[in-house]
Design a protein around this ligand. Structure first.
Ligand SMILES: [Fe+2]
Length: 259
């Protein structure tokens, strides 16, 4: 059995003292990692599913790298709409931390996709990315696919406006490969656990601000940040659950409307 920790949407700011909607995202990133490690660790892999930074800059990625290195756990990072993919691949590429997109964990394969669309918060999987996916799936091991943006509606109109634009084409490819057991994303800052044609579809909550499920416009809640844990079993079965830290968000300004 392999144990995987998924964290997402860190939104780390340029300076350690900066806040986002009144909260210090860095503090909660640290708290989430600590809570996960203490209650469910050690992990065989940490997967970070995008939006590591709010306004990408070298300092933010450097501080993330240093924090991750202190856990001495293999870690892979994929980009979200807020990230600078070039910068990520340069800085988050040391020791056990990388932006590796395809790895084998004993009996499972982990496939990380880039759903960035140029100058847009919307998700898109271009032809190269879809070809990469098809290529990976030539390996006939149970697969967990991770990508920042969501592929199925979360019944939240403002958020669904940013889902993967060509998710139908993406899901049509996946449907041809029964070894794909799990599709998991970030971006939605809320917990998803669904089923699509026999495949489990999940999200991890953000490590910072949470969005109100089913909201028609940008709405934040003071629900504590959290993370998702996967147990990947040798026979292709798996277990997964989300957990939240015990500490509520302090300083959250719910009246601000600029995400
Ligand atoms: Fe995002």
């Amino acid at each position: 059995m392999k144990k995987l920790l998924q964290i997402s949407d860190l939104h780390i700011q340029p300076r350690i003292t900066d806040t986002l909607l009144g909260i210090n995202t860095e503090h909660y990133f640290h708290q989430v990692l600590q809570h996960a490690q203490q209650n469910h660790g050690p992990f065989d892999l940490i997967l970070i599913s995008g939006d590591l930074t709010q306004d990408p800059c070298p300092d933010s990625y450097q501080r993330i790298l240093e924090k991750l290195q202190s856990y001495q756990t293999p870690t892979v990072c994929l980009p979200g709409n807020h990230d600078d993919w070039q910068l990520m691949q340069t800085i988050l590429n040391q020791g056990l931390v990388s932006c590796c997109k395809h790895l084998i964990l004993d009996d499972w394969q982990i496939i990380c996709l880039n759903s960035q669309k140029d100058n847009s918060p919307i998700g898109y999987l271009n032809q190269d990315e879809l070809s990469f996916l098809t290529n990976c799936l030539k390996t006939n091991l149970p697969a967990l696919i991770a990508v920042h943006h969501h592929s199925l509606s979360v019944n939240s109109s403002w958020m669904d406006g940013m889902m993967i634009e060509n998710s139908q084409a993406f899901l049509a490819i996946i449907s041809q490969y029964p070894q794909v057991k799990v599709l998991t994303n970030g971006h939605v800052h809320q917990v998803i656990a669904e089923n699509y044609q026999g495949m489990a579809v999940f999200s991890a909550p953000a490590t910072c601000i949470q969005f109100m499920p089913q909201a028609t416009e940008f709405t934040v809640t003071n629900t504590p940040p959290g993370y998702r844990v996967f147990e990947l079993l040798a026979d292709g079965q798996f277990n997964s659950d989300c957990y939240r830290i015990d500490e509520a968000l302090t300083g959250l300004d719910t009246n601000l409307h600029h995400y």
